[in-house]
Design a protein around this ligand. Structure first.
Ligand SMILES: *[C@@H]1O[C@H](CO)[C@@H](O)[C@H](O)[C@H]1NC(C)=O
Ligand SMILES: *[C@@H]1O[C@H](CO)[C@@H](O)[C@H](O)[C@H]1NC(C)=O
Ligand SMILES: *[C@@H]1O[C@H](CO)[C@@H](O)[C@H](O)[C@H]1NC(C)=O
Ligand SMILES: *[C@@H]1O[C@H](CO)[C@@H](O)[C@H](O)[C@H]1NC(C)=O
Length: 394
């Protein structure tokens, strides 16, 4: 119940002073953290569908999201599994950068403000597709190797001058950039939908997390210094799990308890691994972001944020949770010889879940507002201060 306490604490007006106090303490303990506002010239993002701005859709168009995905904000399907913007879009917007172009998209990309290596279905370790889950070949280690190629290629293209130079980040941006991560949920999902026990999924976590931190080290070794690392969300609250495990015990907010416990075990493991990583990488500013608690508050207290039916997909089909394993958002299903199109609910702006797995833009915005304030991060510093000391504005 750690997250509930946390949420309550930060609704308290005392909280701002609490946060400030912790910031002061943190800068003493961790001299590599900035105490002034950061100036990130670029963002390099790694992850899966929660942070994919069109990478999978560019690589495998048939596997990408279909309209009405994108309708709320972009008015076209951009390859985001959402009706609008993702958390990474709100992050980019808040630091004054354009929405990130996917590294995998060869059409119209502009990488001057960074690049997005995230791709839907990605896992940390190589996994097979199981049941409803289609795994992506772009595992975290491949995303790292794409980034490794990106750096010298960007220099080569910049050196051509003219318009080419305006499409690539400058050399110094690589050290000064914010490096963001949102990956791991699919490694757990593969276990849930596969033929292994929850205990076996839990036992696989240390290996998954150690692969995660090894990749972070590799990226650090290429010059990255400021890391913003999301933990994994309450997977037990989403229609995919609630529908596939109808008889799994629910907590008081209607989420599948045992599945959330696996997510929390992953998060505990990641949090501890990052404590060690800070010792190994003294020049890095590493921020652990408790996405789990921020997202869980949408299910525990939906009314507070103006949401209704938090466990029901807005764009889905059938059953208690408006979700079906056989037809997805934007697809068509034949029922009694009649074609039924799976479209959007009437008001995605008051809904938490978009397609049964991913969140709506409205939910992403609430989560972004919570995490960017510093209330859900360790150390408890806001996004605009989550950089290495050398990178601050005077
Ligand atoms: C992570 O796991 C994959 C296989 O699942 C392996 O190929 C890769 O080398 C590992 N990466 C690291 C950095 O340990
Ligand atoms: C790429 O984006 C940057 C920053 O938004 C902008 O200054 C530059 O003109 C863009 N390049 C092109 C070719 O549009
Ligand atoms: C699931 O695992 C059990 C025990 O390991 C095995 O007997 C069974 O054949 C497996 N089922 C599938 C569909 O792989
Ligand atoms: C369920 O999805 C359908 C699209 O198939 C949508 O029209 C409907 O509004 C959704 N139901 C709810 C309760 O959101």
């Amino acid at each position: 119940m750690e997250f509930c306490t946390l949420t309550k604490v930060f609704h308290n007006p005392l909280v701002s002073s609490l946060v400030l106090l912790s910031i002061a303490t943190t800068s003493l303990i961790n001299p590599s953290m900035a105490s002034k506002r950061c100036d990130f010239p670029a963002i390099f993002n790694f992850g899966a569908s929660n942070a994919d701005t069109g990478g999978l859709a560019a690589s495998f168009p048939f596997a990408g999201p279909k309209p009405p995905s994108g309708d709320t904000f972009f008015h076209r399907s951009t390859g985001r599994f959402c009706d609008g913007r993702l958390i990474i879009d709100f992050i980019a917007q808040s630091v004054g950068l354009p929405y990130l172009s996917p590294y995998l998209d060869s059409m119209g990309s502009n990488f001057s403000g960074g690049a997005n290596f995230a791709s839907a279905g990605s896992t940390i370790r190589l996994q097979q597709s199981v049941g409803q889950f289609r795994s992506s070949p772009f595992i975290l280690g491949f995303q790292y190797s794409q980034f490794q190629r990106f750096k010298p290629t960007a220099k080569f293209i910049r050196d051509q001058g003219g318009v080419f130079a305006t499409l690539m980040p400058k050399e110094e941006y690589f050290d000064e950039a914010l490096y963001t991560f949102d990956i791991g949920q699919n490694d757990l999902t593969v276990g849930f939908l596969g033929n292994i026990t929850l205990q076996q999924v839990i036992e696989s976590i240390p290996d998954i997390v150690s692969n995660f931190t090894s990749n972070i080290k590799n990226i650090y070794n290429l010059g990255a210094r400021s890391f913003w690392i999301h933990n994994t969300g309450p997977i037990g609250c989403v229609p995919l799990i609630l529908t596939n495990f109808e008889s799994a015990e629910r907590d008081k907010y209607g989420c599948a308890k045992a599945y959330n416990e696996v997510a929390q075990s992953f998060n505990q493991n990641l949090k501890e691994a990052l404590v060690h990583l800070r010792k190994d990488l003294p020049l890095a500013a590493i921020t652990y972001v408790d996405i789990y608690s921020a997202k869980y508050s949408l299910f525990s207290n939906p009314k507070k944020y103006g949401f209704e039916l938090p466990h029901v997909a807005c764009c889905g089909y059938g059953g208690k949770y408006n979700f079906s394993n056989s037809v997805g958002c934007g697809e068509t299903i034949k029922v009694n010889d009649i074609d039924i199109f799976v479209g959007s609910c009437e008001r995605p702006s008051v809904r938490v879940i978009w397609d049964g797995i991913h969140y709506t833009e409205a939910a992403n915005k609430v989560v972004f507002d919570q995490i960017s304030s510093g209330a859900f991060t360790d150390p408890p510093i806001p996004l605009n201060m989550a950089c290495h000391t050398k990178l601050t504005l005077d």
